[in-house]
Ligand binder design. Structure first.
Ligand SMILES: Nc1nc2c(ncn2[C@@H]2O[C@H](COP(=O)(O)OP(=O)(O)OP(=O)(O)O)[C@@H](O)[C@H]2O)c(=O)[nH]1
Length: 298
């Protein structure tokens, strides 16, 4: 049974940036400016944010030099504070080890081999880092996640789902017979079709799903908290929406369809690569069986 709500109830536009998001003038954040996690950012407010190697950290820096729970940051009155959490490689502020300290604008925080910069309510610089982050993680054509970011997020979600014994599914979505569309109407019209499909993908995902363009005419969606049945329901709705949409490359109405392969996390599919391989095999079967269909992985 598909236990997910339909897109009209759940769609939120947070997965697609509407452009660099503007930090509010009072917000403060740390941004990774060197090393693993480059571009990663976390906003700091009164509730404590955790920096560490743990997949559950608010700012996860997946490197062996970083402790699982390395340090925490929070706002206290008008001050921003940092506390080391007993990290093997002690947290350093401007190169001095700290147990607990107050941060000043521009301070460099060393976490393992990565360096974070503390930025307090200077929205110009915060926006600059946000733009860099968007450039590094988004696909320029569709504004969905790019392939590299998707794979990084997938590693994180697989680890989290296994640790908490939660379901997780992934879908690979491939446009059917796209080459003839390109050949007939040209690459620019083809790009417009890809953008329109990305929009449909975006409208069908929930806030926690991760949608990406992972290849030329190939998309992927990671569905946390979704078993195979729920993922199948999502994929069918998306497939139907694409098949019903009006595409007009070169001004000519054209029917476009997608094939979708799905795989869910299981003892046999317990890594990113195994999950992607199973979804890919299911996609291959969907193509073999006539396209415009959804197949479940082996
Ligand atoms: N417009 C455009 N086309 C792209 C892009 N990336 C890949 N393509 C095209 O996508 C087409 C993929 O074609 P094929 O892999 O042969 O597959 P197909 O025609 O879609 O057929 P099936 O996948 O078997 O249904 C090729 O013509 C590529 O040039 C892109 O970014 N923009």
């Amino acid at each position: 049974m598909d236990n997910r709500n339909g897109p009209s109830e759940t769609t939120q536009r947070t997965l697609l940036s509407d452009g660099p998001h503007t930090a509010s003038p009072r917000s403060a954040c740390v941004v990774v400016i060197h090393g693993v996690g480059l571009g990663g950012r976390v906003d700091i407010d009164a509730s404590r944010v955790l920096v560490g190697r743990s997949q559950d950290a608010d700012l996860c820096i997946a490197h062996k030099s970083v402790s699982r729970e390395h340090c925490q940051l929070w706002r206290e009155g008008d001050e921003y504070r940092i506390r080391d959490l007993g990290a093997t490689n002690a947290t350093r502020v401007n190169d001095a080890p700290v147990d607990e300290a107050t941060l000043s604008d521009g301070d460099h925080v060393t976490v393992g081999e990565s360096i974070l910069k503390f930025i307090s309510h200077t929205s110009v610089e915060a926006n600059y880092h946000e733009e860099i982050y968007q450039l590094a993680t988004r696909d320029a054509l569709t504004n969905l996640c790019n392939r590299r970011h998707f794979m990084e997020q997938m590693d994180r979600e697989v680890a989290r789902a296994l640790r908490h014994r939660r379901p997780l599914s992934t879908c690979i979505i491939d446009v059917d017979l796209f080459k003839p569309v390109n050949d007939r109407y040209g690459h620019i019209s083809g790009d417009e079709v890809l953008r329109q499909i990305a929009d449909l993908v975006h409208h069908h995902v929930r806030n926690d799903d991760i949608a990406a363009r992972i290849g030329g005419e190939e998309f992927a969606v990671l569905l946390p908290e979704c078993d195979a049945d729920a993922a199948y329901g999502f994929a069918e709705r998306l497939r139907e929406a694409v098949a019903a949409a009006v595409f007009a490359p070169g001004g000519e109405p054209q029917r476009i369809t997608v094939s979708i392969g799905i795989a869910d996390l299981s003892p046999l599919r317990n890594t990113r690569i195994r999950l992607m391989t199973a979804a890919d095999a299911a996609l291959y079967r969907a193509k073999e069986e006539g396209r415009n269909r959804v197949c479940l992985g082996p």
